[in-house]
Design a protein around this ligand. Structure first.
Ligand code: IMP
Ligand code: MG
Length: 181
């Protein structure tokens, strides 16, 4: 079959095209623009996976933005979440009375999102919203509301557009899913 890619020991097939991603990012940005209007927004991007989504999203935002990166990890190289979150790189910002938007590439169990929410809340933010490009509702275990969702997808392992399998595949322009053999 055409367009199958191999990363390490696994094969992946095309799933979400560049154009579909572009339209979804634009649509998310429109919603975020209406939600916050001209008010300054602090973006907190969860590295590494969300670096591409964040870069594309912020270029569609119209309000003044400050952009911060935190590094968290929950998948240690495999295709399923370990259930423990490590904060590998924090930020020293006082978010008192600020609007904060957490940007994630994908929300799976939601553990990372909840962890980040608490982290930002403890830094004093008055208003915290969460945006994710991808969301796996079947895997989600948290009560936290996800404010902006690009695509809800089944419980499948995906790569590309920032998402990795054992650290490779992030630079692929489209999103691919694990091929069932
Ligand atoms: P959660 O804490 O279980 O919601 O997992 C979130 C993190 O796991 C994401 O930020 C990704 O780094 C990683 N992750 C979850 N699902 C996938 C996937 O399908 N492909 C690649 N990484 C994933
Ligand atoms: Mg990862």
């Amino acid at each position: 079959m055409e367009n199958i890619i191999t990363l390490h020991d696994l094969s992946f097939e095309p799933y979400i095209s560049e154009n579909q991603i572009k339209d979804a990012v634009k649509e998310l940005a429109n919603k975020i623009n209406s939600e916050f209007g001209g008010e300054e927004l602090h973006i907190v991007s969860a590295l590494t996976g969300s670096f591409i989504f964040t870069a594309d999203l912020v270029r569609e935002l119209e309000m003044p933005c400050q952009i911060h990166f935190v590094k968290v990890s929950s998948y240690h190289g495999g295709t399923s979440s370990t259930g423990t979150i490590r904060l590998e790189s924090d930020i020293q910002v006082d978010f008192s009375n600020k609007n904060v938007l957490i940007t994630e590439d994908i929300v799976d169990t939601g553990l990372t999102a909840s962890f980040l929410f608490e982290l930002i809340k403890n830094k004093g933010a008055k208003n915290i919203k969460l945006a994710t490009l991808l969301y796996k509702p079947e895997a989600y275990k948290e009560a936290l509301n996800i404010d902006f969702i690009g695509f809800s997808i089944p419980n499948e392992f995906v790569v590309g557009y920032g998402l990795d399998y054992k650290e490779i595949g992030r630079n692929i322009k489209e999103i691919y899913k694990l091929k069932q053999s």
